[in-house]
Design a protein around this ligand. Structure first.
Ligand code: AVJ
Length: 313
């Protein structure tokens, strides 16, 4: 359950985004229970190449990764590791000091922590309920760690505009600290059609995922969005190297969110997500500004996706 302070802080943020000339709502608000389920469904779509490519890389190269990570590391994951990727990694890290998943949803966190404790009974699982885009404290681990390694899979970094991504990497840098590392998944620039298909799947799951944000706002933030009068739109903006996802109002309308009303013109959009795609050079430059040096890059055979190990310099 969200506590009251968190709830009103979120509501303020939603109001602020809808008050802008170009309306926007953070992709954080995709992920209620239904949203997490829909994202899970997305990862299994044939068009959504990201998850498959990243899994292929993890399966093939995890030994090289854990060799670089070294023994007795603290693994700090940004976003609760619900999936297979985390299990592959944790199954290969040598004598991990602890696993620290950081997630905004306390419920989601508890669920994944319980599941992981079941699968890795010797692992010290220490969940932290926090918004990882803001500074947070690391828990005290029982065994002292040799180093902190931040695991940030899925190309979630791509949700952040380049300046914000750099700020986040700087924060990750301070968490990893001296001798630490970052194992990160970053989606790559490629054929525009391949990218656009991944966000406009034929089964319409991504559209449902996008629209679910409005259902979530209706449910939790006392909004009255009419889901039938907004449509999903995703397109790749080549000049910025990113997918831009929007919800477009099909008619002129007024929507209430909590105690405030927001007017929409016909075809006016809410920006709900950026998903940046990188070049290897571009990513290395960004990591460099944040104080990381890219030690090794692994790609899938089709060179769709990258997993990169960066060290604090
Ligand atoms: C979880 C942010 C990596 O950008 O591909 C999937 C979310 N949005 N389909 C992405 C998403 C639409 C995803 N990330």
């Amino acid at each position: 359950m969200l506590d009251k302070v968190q709830h009103y802080r979120a509501l303020d943020e939603i109001h602020a985004g809808l008050s802008k000339r170009k309306k926007r709502i953070s992709p954080k608000y995709f992920y209620d229970e239904r949203g997490s389920q829909l994202f899970d469904d997305i990862t299994r779509l044939p068009e959504y190449y990201l998850t498959n490519a990243e899994l292929t890389i993890m399966r093939k190269h995890v030994d090289e990764m854990t060799k670089l990570i070294g023994p007795r590391a603290n693994i700090i994951e940004l976003g609760a590791g619900s999936g297979l990727k985390t299990r592959i990694l944790l199954g290969h890290v040598k004598e991990p000091a602890a696993y620290v998943p950081v997630d905004i949803s306390a419920a989601h966190l508890e669920q994944t922590a319980r599941a992981l404790r079941g699968d890795f009974p010797d692992l010290d699982v220490m969940p932290v309920a926090a918004d990882f885009s803001q500074p947070f404290d690391l828990p005290q681990t029982e065994t002292p760690a040799v180093r902190n390694v931040v695991y940030f899979p899925g190309s979630t970094i791509g949700n952040f505009k380049n300046g914000d991504a750099m700020d986040l990497l700087e924060q990750v840098h301070s968490i990893a600290s001296e001798g630490g590392g970052l194992l990160i998944g970053a989606d790559l620039q490629k054929d525009v059609d391949v990218i656009e298909r991944a966000y406009n799947d034929s089964a319409g799951v991504t559209a449902e995922f996008n629209l679910n944000m409005l259902r979530h706002l209706n449910e939790v933030y006392e909004a009255d969005f009419d889901l039938d009068s907004f449509r999903h739109k995703a397109h790749y903006k080549e000049s910025k190297g990113r997918i831009e996802m929007r919800l477009v109002s099909e008619r002129e309308q007024t929507v209430n969110v909590g105690d405030r009303a927001f007017d929409f013109e016909k075809d006016e959009a809410i920006l709900t997500e950026y998903s940046h795609k990188y070049t290897l050079e571009g990513f290395a430059a960004m990591a460099g500004v944040a104080g990381f040096s890219v030690k090794q890059v692994w790609l899938d055979p089709d060179r769709l996706f990258s997993v990169q190990y960066c060290v604090v310099v």
